[in-house]
Design a binder for this molecule. Structure first.
Ligand SMILES: Cc1cc2nc3c(=O)[nH]c(=O)nc-3n(C[C@H](O)[C@H](O)[C@H](O)COP(=O)(O)OP(=O)(O)OC[C@H]3O[C@@H](n4cnc5c(N)ncnc54)[C@H](O)[C@@H]3O)c2cc1C
Ligand code: FES
Length: 610
């Protein structure tokens, strides 16, 4: 399997023993571009090129991990964690569309002709310019003519092979390598441990109670990079098997704290398929929520325990663990295990019920009972790869009492509204023992406003909107449960107008076309030509930065190996500016201003100026 991950959040030590493939490794202009790189250039999928290596690697990882050609939906899902600020997504998605399982004739068939003699595109079925036409000046003008002139760059200038003859393999020496516990020393006395067993982890924890546990580093990495947090001892628990449990048990699922979210998604899909919907309403809600949790690159490394122990107020999963009645198993350095309900675990802003000598072992997610329904909610500015404005987890159990179907147990928990996920206690008490019908909605809404107060100056702003979300989530939950009961003949039906509210949001595959007329004027103007820097951006993004100097016209003498932290900071700011400079203008500028031309490969190097 190949996993795309965020390089910026992956500590080098965490990659020990792994085969790392970077965008520079899969292809370049001399050795030949990889077909994924080539497609992106050919389809005009890059402008500034800043996002380009990331898109390439996400697509590459998906293709290398898929036994069958991926679907268009899988392709778009795999790109959800990649953001592009200038090209726009249509050309990028179009570029990768050719790798999808689809009808090849859409791409290979010749255009047919409509009644008025216009060419019909085999892909869209609409009139298009897919065929040679001659403009008034007698110049050939067509998309095909430009495609014909395109020279593939997937051959190797050195040995003349095509790229597909040399796809990277997993190195045999790594396959034979025995995984060892690690103890590594880093800068400023930082120590990195990698135990291979739970007892080794507990021993380390008893020696270093304040040691930071690390799994995906998607929280800790942000803290150390952007919030100046410093941890002297770090214990990576990615190789402790006891924290990786994924088991179906009699009372529910046991999920180890180090289980990665992508792993959890696969496991839940399997359990739901095997067990059916009756027992798995909680599993389904968590699976649906995970779809909108970060992007593939984060879910490939981020863990269940990392999300729980961070106790972020906008965690997408914590309101669900709380509402589903999940329990957490905690082990201390003396091997004592205690269990706590998720509802009692979150004590304050990023504060949990976990002592320095304790480690979160696993989560027990109970099966749902007949007539027990669970639903997830999340509203963010952007659907994919964004943090929640408000999220929620809701569960209700309906039972029959003296011929009536009434609420016997209910749990309503909101995230993003306070320092910790908030339980709507008054609303819950009001609902218990009542028949769920439209008549109780007004009172429930009033109580919800009391349960989930959002002060005018609440952090995150948009108070009115977020308050209305808390009510509308509950209304949607009410409609969902009413509809479920109605399908069993136990409740009145919904208005047609409300039916759309019961469906969880699904995004259809993106479609888009761009129409433009091609009129060649001279050799290049009017032609959709691949821009020259695209080929350079695909294997890497050349970053340019400016460095000021006290003298004019100084030549660059040497490249220094290290930067101190103040220079690194300046360099970071400069590279942000440098992104917007075209390489050519940068070289010209370099004549008068001393320049720093930096690529991610030589990020740590500085040009020495006379
Ligand atoms: C780009 C991006 C997008 C994101 N999107 C979302 C999102 O949509 N929704 C959301 O909820 N979050 C999101 N996050 C937050 C983050 O990804 C999650 O919280 C993630 O689950 C953390 O897991 P991790 O393994 O990376 O944690 P790490 O960073 O490795 O650890 C986090 C914390 O948990 C502690 N810890 C980990 N395991 C244990 C254990 N077994 N016992 C005790 N303590 C432990 C660590 O010591 C540390 O304090 C996003 C983050 C990024 C960078
Ligand atoms: S950010 Fe995607 S090409 Fe510029």
């Amino acid at each position: 399997m190949h996993f795309a991950i965020n390089a910026c959040l992956a500590p080098l030590y965490s990659l020990e023993g792994m085969h790392i493939i970077t965008v520079e490794g899969i292809g370049n202009c001399r050795r030949g571009l990889h077909p994924v790189q080539e497609r992106l250039a050919e389809a005009h999928g890059s402008q500034c090129g800043f996002c380009t290596p990331g898109f390439v690697m996400s697509m590459y990882a998906l293709l290398r991990s898929s036994k069958q050609p991926p679907t268009k939906e899988q392709i778009e899902d795999s790109l959800a964690g990649n953001l592009c600020r200038c090209t726009g997504y249509r050309p990028i998605i179009d570029a990768f569309g050719v790798f999808a399982k689809t009808d090849d004739s859409l791409y290979t068939a010749s255009p047919s002709e409509s009644a008025n003699g216009k060419a019909i595109c085999p892909s869209t079925g609409k009139p298009c310019l897919c065929r040679n036409e001659t403009d008034v000046n007698g110049n050939e003008s067509s998309l095909l003519s430009s495609v014909k002139t395109y020279l593939p760059s997937s051959y190797n200038e050195i040995d003349g092979n095509a790229y597909n003859e040399k796809e990277l393999i997993f190195p045999p020496e790594l396959q034979l390598r025995k995984i060892m516990p690690l103890r590594l020393n880093g800068f400023n006395g930082v120590r990195w441990y990698r135990p291979l067993k739970l007892d080794q982890l507990l021993q380390l924890k008893s020696c270093y109670p304040e040691a930071k546990l690390i799994i995906g580093n998607s929280e800790v990495g942000v803290e150390t990079e952007f919030k100046n947090a410093q941890y002297g001892v770090m214990i990576s628990v990615t190789h402790v098997p006891e924290l990786h449990t994924l088991k179906v048990e009699e009372d529910g699922l046991r999920i180890g704290s180090a289980v990665r979210l992508a792993q959890l998604q696969d496991f839940l899909k399997k359990v739901i398929a095997e067990r059916g919907s009756l027992q798995t309403s909680s599993c389904q809600a968590i699976l649906r929520q995970l779809k909108w949790f970060a992007g593939t690159q984060i879910r490939n490394v981020a863990s269940v325990g990392g999300n729980i122990c961070t106790a972020s107020p906008i965690s997408d999963l914590n309101p669900l663990w709380m509402s589903t009645g999940a329990t957490f198993q905690i082990i201390d350095v003396n091997n004592n295990v205690r269990t706590t309900v998720a509802k009692d675990f979150f004590l304050g802003y990023r504060k949990v019920d976990l002592k320095d000598d304790e480690v979160l072992l696993s989560v027990i997610l109970p099966w749902t009972r007949p007539f027990e329904y669970v639903k997830e909610f999340k509203q963010a500015h952007r659907r994919q790869d964004d943090i929640a404005l408000v999220n929620a987890g809701m569960r209700v159990h309906i039972t029959e009492a003296e011929g009536n179907w009434i609420v016997s147990d209910v749990s309503i928990v909101y995230g993003g509204v306070a320092a910790v996920p908030l339980t709507a206690g008054k609303t819950e008490s009001f609902l218990v023992g009542k028949k769920l019908d439209y008549g109780l909605l007004d009172e429930a809404f009033n109580l919800l406003k009391e349960d989930i107060p959002l002060a005018e100056n609440a952090p995150g702003g948009m108070v009115e909107f977020r308050s209305s979300l808390t009510l509308s989530f509950f209304f949607k939950f009410f409609l969902y449960v009413t509809h479920e009961m109605n399908t069993k003949g136990l409740s009145e039906g919904l208005d047609v107008a409300n039916m759309s509210a019961i469906q969880s949001y699904t995004r259809p595959v993106t479609t888009g076309t761009q129409g433009y007329e091609l009129v060649r004027q001279g050799t290049a103007v009017g032609q959709p030509m691949v821009h020259l820097s695209a080929m350079l951006q695909l294997p890497n993004f050349p970053l340019g930065s400016l460095v000021s100097s006290s003298q004019k016209m100084c030549p660059v003498l040497t490249i220094l190996g290290q930067l101190d932290s103040s220079k690194k900071r300046i360099l970071g700011q400069l590279s942000m500016m440098g992104r917007f400079l075209h390489l050519m203008s940068l070289l010209v500028l370099a004549r008068s201003l001393e320049s720093l031309w930096q690529t991610p490969m030589i990020m740590q190097k500085l040009l020495q100026i006379k």
